[in-house]
Design a protein around this ligand. Structure first.
Ligand code: SF4
Length: 234
């Protein structure tokens, strides 16, 4: 990991500025076009217009997510590096197990996430020294110990930066309103988290922020393999 200067870890833009100074062009922002991602895209593009952004097109995204992505591409005049699953693996999965095998068991769900998300993510990160995510601590029990800067042991010990780790949902919405950002219209319909259409639903006001993901599973299992446990560093 490169040497970070003393910075205020509660200031996402300061964290991003130093991250881009240290790692660009071998740093990329992961976006699923949820609210946190549009905040981070606004911040990184204000620091560097050529900051790298990528997204995983699983083949099962909502139409609203594509519309949001396109609005962002036009607003910031930035290209999104889309990554797709391997054609052969999806063809084999759907021919063998049908279109909704992920509903049958956690094992099948993880298989689908592995093919549609984890494998493309590995390709997106293979030439990177660092990546940026919109994860926040308050989103779920699986993210309660999240650090702003971590070592990602799942991807060759590259640096993983979660600038909004300490932000509340209210902080995110305040930034969106203050900067008049375009965002995914699924948020108007009660979605707190944006993912694949068949595996994400709206939540009630008193529910966990990720309760709408794989709602048929236990909360402890609700990660898709993109964010596995890392060693702490900061
Ligand atoms: S979220 Fe659902 S559809 Fe998307 S990759 Fe995972 S199991 Fe498959």
């Amino acid at each position: 990991m490169k040497e970070w200067q003393d910075i205020d870890l509660n200031n996402p833009k300061a964290v991003l500025k130093q991250a881009l100074d240290l790692y660009h062009p071998r740093i990329t922002l992961a976006s699923s076009f949820g609210l946190e991602d549009v905040v981070l895209i606004d911040m990184v593009t204000s620091i560097r217009s050529d900051a790298r952004i990528f997204s995983l097109d699983t083949g099962r995204l909502n139409e609203e997510t594509y519309q949001c992505a396109e609005k962002i591409r036009n607003r910031y005049k930035t290209n999104i590096d889309w990554y797709f699953p391997q054609f052969d693996s999806i063809q084999k999965l759907e021919r063998g197990k049908g279109l909704y095998s992920f509903r049958d068991s956690t094992e099948n769900r993880k298989e689908c996430c592995g093919l549609r998300k984890v494998e493309p993510l590995n390709r997106a990160l293979q030439d990177m020294d660092a990546w940026i995510t919109g994860q926040r601590r308050e989103q779920s029990v699986t993210r309660a110990e999240l650090k702003v800067i971590e070592t990602d042991t799942s991807h060759g010990d590259i640096t993983k930066i979660n600038p909004l780790a300490n932000w509340s949902s209210e902080d995110v919405w305040n930034y969106v309103r203050e900067h008049k950002l375009s965002y995914n219209t699924l948020h108007h319909r009660g979605y707190s988290s944006i993912g694949c259409a068949p595996c994400t639903r709206a939540i009630k006001p008193d529910e966990d922020k990720r309760a709408g993901r794989w709602w048929w599973e236990n909360p402890e299992h609700k990660e898709c393999g993109l964010h596995t446990k890392e060693e702490d560093s900061k």
